[in-house]
Design a protein around this ligand. Structure first.
Ligand SMILES: [Fe+2]
Length: 182
């Protein structure tokens, strides 16, 4: 894995971890929350195939899923497969504060550009410049996916005691399981 992708993955894991920890602290959360190790493993591995796919132009979410399945971890593979685009948007669950590992990794990845925590609009701007490549159809799909992420953010933060712009402060003031495993 390229160093910059590794650094990005560590930060995505920290973001996912802090979101999960803070959801646990929120008394408003009515649903069950995903297992912490699963969330962290999915976040650390979400770009496992990216280095290879940069060279060969493969679909890194799909190839990453296969790598995880081949290693005997299909549950992690599912998170990797859906980190770019969620296969379903479960508004009914999000309304009740029920968020899965795949949603937490999907959202965390949208809040980390390289190794910096950024806002959704900042990440969108980078993704359009990097992957839209002046192609209006691609750009349209990227924007649709981000609109969905913005909607998800509203549901998620109804169950958190801080707002989206305070995420990086939360990261710096919390101790991390992921830091201990480096
Ligand atoms: Fe990715």
């Amino acid at each position: 894995m390229l160093d910059n992708i590794r650094a990005h993955s560590y930060l995505v894991a920290r973001v996912a971890e802090v979101l999960l920890d803070q959801l646990h602290k929120s008394k408003r959360t009515s649903g069950t929350l995903p297992d912490k190790n699963t969330v962290i493993a999915g976040a650390l591995l979400h770009d496992i195939a990216k280095t290879e796919c940069i060279k060969t132009n493969c679909h890194h979410a799909k190839v990453g899923q296969r790598i995880c399945e081949d290693l005997g971890h299909p549950e992690i593979g599912e998170i990797v497969a859906e980190h770019v685009v969620l296969s379903s948007f479960r508004q009914d669950l999000y309304e009740d504060g029920i968020f899965g590992a795949k949603e937490l990794v999907f959202y965390s990845d949208k809040r980390v550009n390289h190794d910096q925590v950024v806002s959704l609009p900042e990440r969108l701007e980078y993704i359009i410049a990097r992957y839209g490549k002046g192609d209006s159809t691609k750009e349209h799909h990227i924007r649709l996916n981000f609109n969905r992420t913005i909607e998800f953010e509203k549901y998620l933060f109804k169950y958190l005691n801080f707002n989206p712009s305070q995420l990086s402060q939360q990261i710096s003031k919390n101790k991390f399981y992921t830091a201990a495993t480096r």
